[in-house]
Ligand binder design. Structure first.
Ligand SMILES: Cc1ncc(COP(=O)(O)O)c(C=O)c1O
Length: 386
């Protein structure tokens, strides 16, 4: 049976053009980008091209893009770097309870350093109460960090409304958004949303692992995490991973081409999957927002009475790859903090699978995957009833 990969929120296959470019860069552009001779200048040029490609997608200045090793590092730099640097102004920070661990664990760490953190709850659709957010912001609040798209349930946070609301209450409060799941999939508008810091990752958009970036609005006061040679505007010391950065830049450009068509395709794949599984007449629950209002590529379903791990491995035997909770949890099964946060009861969190799509999937693949998922449920049910 042909493989069907529906775990695109965990990571994506690379575009072939990206692999070709990275191979060429690895072979031919091996100079240290900081070196003064032509080998260094060639590597620097490759990085500058990638910086322009990423900046173009975000419609920001390329001088504001800092390359990192991925979304996790971008989130750590944004949160720890800004909180520590602005501590004299205040030590209150705000985030939500259902962020990615690379955000939540930064805040937990900062609490140990003496910061006070407000964790905003989310409702069953994975949305926050904007009035509550506004009430929480005080003159001591230096940072609000909120994700654009939740990686487990696909809720889309209304950042266009959130940014201005933060700035009205306290113009000096920085606004960080984790755009790892939305970059090149949904429009991201740094300036319109009055954001100051935006995290993006390469391997979610058909680029290589080990690359990502933080957009830092010009003039934002930040401490670096790494101290060293002062690369990346002094914000990220260390010799740059030229090939990965080049691959990230090209992946951003390719993903952004016909972005609307690709987003529409992912949405139609998700809808087709859902329609097919509905037709099969098995019992399931949609976790989180109405799929029509959610991110185009993420669908989280609970199959009451069936352990997610068992379902995942049964599908794996058919070469269909999905995830239970998020990638970070699936190897160490524990209740998903996201599914708990949206109030899922009883055994539903432990019976939930995430199906995540990319524009490289086909309609035939997702229809077959829905059919096979239903078949797996029927088969397991027949074994239980024996
Ligand atoms: C919302 C979100 N933020 C951050 C990350 C971390 O990104 P990376 O894997 O590039 O470190 C992920 C990865 O799953 C994510 O989904």
């Amino acid at each position: 049976m042909k493989e069907i990969y529906l775990d695109n929120s965990a990571t994506t296959p690379l575009y072939s053009e990206v692999i070709d470019l990275m191979n060429r860069v690895q072979e031919q552009v091996f100079g240290n980008p900081s070196a003064m001779h032509e080998k260094g200048i060639a590597a620097e040029k490759v990085i500058d091209t990638a910086r322009r490609q990423v900046a173009r997608v975000l419609a920001v200045s390329d001088q504001e893009i800092v390359f990192t090793s991925g979304g996790t590092e971008a989130n750590n730099l944004a949160i720890c770097g800004s909180a520590r640097r602005n501590r004299k102004r205040g030590s209150h920070l705000i985030t939500t309870v259902f962020e990615h661990p690379s955000v939540l664990n930064c805040f937990r760490y900062l609490e140990r350093e003496g910061f006070t953190v407000s964790y905003l709850p989310v409702n069953q659709d994975g949305l926050i109460d904007l009035e509550m957010l506004q009430c929480e912001i005080t003159s001591a609040t230096t940072l609000v960090s909120i994700m654009h798209v939740n990686n487990e349930i696909g809720s889309v946070l209304p950042l266009a409304a959130i940014g201005p609301l933060i700035k009205i209450k306290n113009p000096r409060t920085l606004f960080h958004l984790d755009a790892v799941q939305s970059f090149t999939k949904l429009p991201v508008d740094p300036l319109g949303w009055q954001a100051d810091l935006i995290s993006c990752s390469s391997h979610k958009i058909h680029g290589p692992k080990g690359a990502g970036c933080l957009w830092i609005r010009k003039g934002t006061l930040m401490d670096p995490l790494f101290h060293g040679g002062g690369q990346e505007l002094g914000m990220r010391s260390g010799t740059e991973n030229t090939a990965a950065i080049a691959g990230f830049g090209l992946a951003a450009q390719l993903s952004e081409n016909d972005q609307r068509d690709k987003t529409a395709k992912m949405m139609s794949l998700k809808t087709a999957f859902l329609r097919e599984i509905e037709k099969q007449g098995i019992t399931f629950v949609i976790n989180g927002p109405n799929p029509d209002n959610a991110a185009p590529h993420i669908l989280n379903l609970a199959f009451p009475g069936f352990k997610a791990e068992l379902l995942l491995h049964s599908l794996e035997e058919k070469k269909i790859y999905v995830s239970a909770g998020s990638a970070c949890h699936s190897r160490h099964p524990k209740p998903s903090h996201v599914l708990n946060a949206i109030g899922l009861q009883d055994d539903l969190p432990a019976s939930s699978l995430r199906f995540s799509f990319s524009a490289l999937n086909s309609l035939a693949e997702v229809t077959l995957a829905a059919h096979e998922t239903a078949d797996t449920i029927r088969h397991l049910k027949s074994l239980i009833n024996q």
